[in-house]
Design a protein around this ligand. Structure first.
Ligand code: HEC
Length: 246
């Protein structure tokens, strides 16, 4: 019977897998429906079958379309509130707790911007939300409301089997930078101690000015982020002069 030819177990499995590969939960639902369909239980006339098959095909088509739309939209929009700046009533920024799930840009070891030696060994790890990163890949610019986190961690060479070089240790604090068209200077800067839950914006001279004067792309130090540098150069948003020793 035609019905049998339409759903052999082998065909179902292949279909379920390819749908699963496309990222759809709907696919396994569809597979389930096939298994339990009344058509399978009571047997249908060939004409009825083709009508039902059409309905299923269009159901299937819309499921795929929905999944594709969802995947497309989720790449372009913040995944959750923690990907965009959240403020208290007094304008203090809430600590972005999820930043370890963002895109990692790069690390610095003992970077220091003054001629004075730094106090202790430290790593800086930089993160940016997934949706901002995707937008940067397409335009070489950061979307409004982008947050950046620079995480400061202790560095040591003593431990376990290590004989030389440094590895990262405890969290010391995080610095947060926000691109915000509504803030007076378009970019705002916040420093959080190890366990601070919120922080007030820093005065312009403390953070803003150095980023304004020396960053290669808008206010971000893309000259130190090797995967972003070629993207910014491709889109012409890279200030080459920022690489000059100063
Ligand atoms: C003297 C220059 C200077 C000052 C002042 C400064 N920064 Fe930065 N900042 C840098 C440099 C250089 C980097 C590049 C990466 C690194 O240090 O690891 C950076 C990176 C960052 C990043 C990662 C994103 C980016 O822009 O590249 C954040 C977030 C950040 N700084 C926040 C702050 C905050 C908050 C303050 C003030 C408390 C501050 N910065 C003060 C030079 C500065």
């Amino acid at each position: 019977m035609k019905d049998k030819a339409f759903i052999t177990p082998g065909q179902q499995i292949i279909r379920a897998h390819s749908l699963f590969a496309a990222g759809g939960v709907y696919i396994s639902d569809f597979y389930f429906m096939e298994q339990n369909s009344p058509r399978r239980r009571i047997g249908l006339q060939p004409q009825q079958h083709s009508k039902e098959a059409n309905v299923k095909r269009s159901f299937f088509f819309w499921c795929i379309t929905l999944v594709c739309c969802f995947v497309f939209l989720s790449a372009e929009t913040p995944d959750s509130n923690s990907d965009t700046p959240q403020y208290r009533k007094d304008n203090q920024l809430l600590r972005p707790d999820d930043y370890r799930n963002w895109i990692y840009l790069s690390s610095g070891l003992n970077m220091n911007y003054s001629p004075m030696p730094g106090g202790h060994d430290m790593f800086t790890n930089v993160f940016v939300p997934q949706y901002s990163y995707q937008e940067f890949l397409k335009s070489g610019k950061w979307p409004d409301k982008t947050m950046f986190v620079v995480e400061e961690r202790g560095a040591t060479s003593k431990g376990s089997i290590n004989k030389q070089g440094h590895f990262q240790t405890d969290l010391m604090g995080i610095g947060v930078e926000v691109k915000d068209a509504k803030s007076p200077d378009k970019w705002a800067y916040f420093a959080f101690g190890e366990s601070d839950k919120s922080a007030a914006a820093n005065p312009k001279a403390a953070c803003w000015q150095c980023h304004e004067d020396h960053a290669a792309v808008e206010h971000s130090f893309v000259q130190f982020y090797p995967t972003l540098k070629p993207i910014a150069k491709k889109f012409g948003t890279y200030k080459q002069a920022a690489e000059n020793p100063q």
